[in-house]
Design a binder for this molecule. Structure first.
Ligand code: ATP
Ligand SMILES: O=C(O)C[C@@H](O)[C@H](O)C(=O)CO
Length: 330
């Protein structure tokens, strides 16, 4: 029996909520950014990447967010439309905000860093009034990015979206997506992400992201098992703990524990692994697949994206992902 129940008669499969940004990935790789001269521009922002991944896999996707009233905002909206993503709830913010920029430095396949410019960004100006009940109720599932909880009024908009999703039987995915530069403290992040996690059906995060929430509520044992049990005490049906190159651990409320394997990759940059994993993992769940197959699909997707220069542009099709799995039998 499936742990998640997706309403079938819905206009959209999936709505992402949160930041729509721009990645500027250094073209001169294996060099510090001080020596970088050129960058390639991509749409970015974790929830945007995941939504693009879902659309690339054929899901009917939409997005709730704000973009800046400039060329960057128009670039992002145009890209989403080209990907077939509904942008009726992507709002142009006209208060003089800018688009968040993520400068990616690639020192080596395993040493990458992101320099974030996020002062006065449009995505944090998302307001509760931007979240339409009719729009939320038109979807089977919604993805909340933890970073959307870092600042008001985006925080209130995200919590409104979660409440409306629960009201209309829309499955809530929470990707903790902890980015320190957006929060005033780890405790703040732990508290607000914890409050959202209590209302979510599926929670995805790295070990250190779950530790953030556990620390606030004093959970002594920092084990994946203890973490999962904690969230099963609320709404969660699935807890997915990502472990980078060591794969992932999936826990289901009905007692299953599955270790996800990784696939060979010619790593260009490690970023994008989590977003590509999430998009493909969610795709599998929404197609009613067994959770082990969802993990495998997510991991294979991640191996493709870490082997590419971009995150969003590199999000693969289902055929590309399956080809990786077929070429690397368990
Ligand atoms: N170097 C790698 N090679 C192959 N697969 C990988 C690699 N790194 C991560 N993965 C796959 O991607 C999944 C998610 O990776 P990770 O745990 O790094 O997420 P993340 O920290 O959210 O990533 P991001 O850097 O995008 O924020 C892993 O569970 C694994 O399946
Ligand atoms: O989520 C961000 O703000 C950064 C992303 O745009 C970037 O693609 C990345 O780090 C993906 O993991």
């Amino acid at each position: 029996m499936s742990l998640l129940s997706f309403e079938q008669i819905r206009t959209l499969d999936f709505i992402g909520l949160g930041r729509l940004c721009i990645d500027l990935n250094a073209n001169e790789i294996h060099r510090p950014m001080e020596e970088t001269r050129t960058f390639t521009k991509y749409v970015g922002g974790s929830p945007a990447n995941i939504t693009i991944a879902a659309a690339r896999l054929g899901m009917k996707a939409g997005f709730i967010g704000r973009v800046s009233d400039d060329q960057h905002g128009r670039f992002i909206t145009g890209y989403l439309r080209k990907e077939g993503i509904d942008t009726s709830s992507v709002i142009t913010d006209r208060s003089g905000t800018v688009t968040g920029l993520a400068f990616t430095e690639i020192l080596s396949p395993t040493e990458c860093s992101i320099l974030m410019y996020r002062d006065n960004v449009a995505d944090f100006k998302l307001e509760p009034g931007d979240v339409s009940e009719a729009y939320i109720s038109s979807a089977k599932a919604i993805l909340i990015s933890g970073t959307a909880l870092a600042k008001s009024p985006s925080r209130e908009a995200a919590f409104k979206a979660i409440e409306l999703a629960r009201k209309h039987k829309v499955v809530v995915f929470l990707d903790i997506d902890y980015r320190p530069y957006s929060w005033t403290s780890r405790e703040e992040a732990g508290i607000y992400c914890g409050l959202a996690a209590e209302k979510s059906d599926v929670i995805l995060g790295g070990r250190e992201e779950f530790d953030l929430m556990d620390a606030v509520y004093g959970t002594a044992e920092r084990s994946d098992r203890a973490t999962a049990d904690r969230w099963f005490g609320h709404h969660a049906q699935i807890v997915l703990v990502k472990h980078g190159g060591d794969g992932s651990a999936a826990f289901t409320k009905d007692g299953r524990v599955l270790t996800g394997r990784t696939f060979p990759a010619n790593v260009v940059k490690t970023f994008g692994a989590g977003d590509s994993f999430a998009g493909a993992f969610i795709y599998g769940l929404m197609n009613g697949w067994d959770i082990g197959r969802c993990q495998e699909f997510g991991s294979a997707s991640a191996s493709i994206v870490v082997s590419n220069h971009s995150c969003s542009d590199a999000m693969p099709t289902a055929e590309q992902i399956q080809a990786v799995i077929d070429a690397n039998p368990a």
